[in-house]
Write a protein that binds this ligand. Structure first.
Ligand SMILES: C[S@@+](CC[C@H](N)C(=O)[O-])C[C@H]1O[C@@H](n2cnc3c(N)ncnc32)[C@H](O)[C@@H]1O
Length: 298
């Protein structure tokens, strides 16, 4: 069959479920993933044909897209910070907003805007280990990207979900980084976590039940609710536990970086103030929503 014909079938079948541009993106991602074709193959070779064997996974993916299963779960892989992460329904699909949070940390480390643990001299400042903790690691995307891009980082990552940790461990191995993974609930931290950290980062569950209706069906039906939702009564449950923990376990001048609920920027900021953090900074994401918060221990 002509590849162009398959593209037309994708549009016909998925029209009304997704916007045209998204259907294009699905099609090109699928032909890249399954057939190794570049995006411009149809421009360069409009008469490209594929065998029945080659077209089979494309039609299987199409059937699942019709059911609104996220493409990353269908392909079993997602991109994050120029890295490849295995994903399945046990982990949240890494989001571009979270890349911005990781970039913020990387920039701060590069610019050395804070003192590194046990820093005693200029040279030691540059070479000493930076101890980082990622709370609620999911696929491991934050922890693994930081371990990859910050050479002197010693990274710890925790999650309450053993299944998520299985995925994260595989991702660390595939991306050739060393991360210490711990199965723990941040709501009841265990003694082995009583370490001093230079940086604590978290993208905890923060979507209120009342915000469920704003979320697309492909997210609510397929992504893990454990990773997404909090009760309307206590939406800052995780932020309270994390700021409390960070206040005790960050080194002097250590920093906490949080991805936050866009509607709760002011409240989350107040929580950091109440836990003695200073230099608090709220940032917006690429979509213009309040999304990231940083605070430093006085
Ligand atoms: C929003 S997801 C973030 C995943 C990943 N860090 C990312 O940015 O894509 C939140 C994660 O927190 C984990 N989680 C939920 N409750 C937890 C708890 N009590 N203690 C630790 N982790 C928890 C979930 O399993 C999920 O992996």
């Amino acid at each position: 069959m002509l590849l162009q014909e398959i593209k037309t079938i994708f549009h016909k079948e998925l029209e009304g479920i997704y916007p045209k541009e998204e259907i294009d993106a699905f099609f090109y991602r699928c032909i890249e993933h399954y057939l190794g074709f570049e995006r411009f193959v149809l421009v360069v070779r409009p008469n490209t044909t594929v065998t029945m064997e080659e077209e089979q996974p494309l039609f299987e993916a199409l059937a699942q897209l019709k059911q609104e299963r996220p493409l990353q779960y269908i392909l079993g892989t997602a991109h994050f910070m120029d890295m490849e992460f295995a994903v399945n329904e046990d982990v949240l699909i890494p989001r571009p907003e979270t890349e911005e949070l990781v970039q913020w940390i990387m920039d701060d480390v590069k610019n050395q805007t804070y003192d590194i643990r046990n820093q005693t001299s200029e040279i030691e400042h540059r070479t000493s280990e930076i101890r980082i903790l990622d709370i609620g690691t999911g696929s491991g995307c934050i922890a693994i990207a930081l371990a990859k891009y910050i050479p002197n980082a010693k990274v710890y990552a925790l999650d309450i979900s053993e299944k998520a940790l299985d995925v994260a461990r595989k991702n660390a191995k595939a991306n050739t980084v060393d991360v210490t993974f711990l199965k723990q609930s941040i709501l009841e931290p265990e003694p082995e976590l009583a370490l001093e950290f230079d940086i604590i980062v978290s993208n905890p569950p923060y979507v209120r039940e009342l915000e469920k209706k704003e979320i697309k069906k492909n997210v609510t039906d397929h992504e893990p609710h454990l990773a997404l939702f909090v009760s309307d009564d206590d939406p800052l449950l995780f932020y309270r536990a994390i700021t409390h923990f960070a206040n005790k376990n960050l080194t002097k001048k250590g920093s906490l970086y949080l991805e936050i609920n866009q509607y709760l920027g002011v409240e989350t900021q107040a929580l950091l103030k109440a836990h003695n953090f200073s230099e608090i900074e709220l940032r917006k994401d690429i979509f213009g929503n309040d999304r990231m918060l940083k605070g430093t221990v006085k």
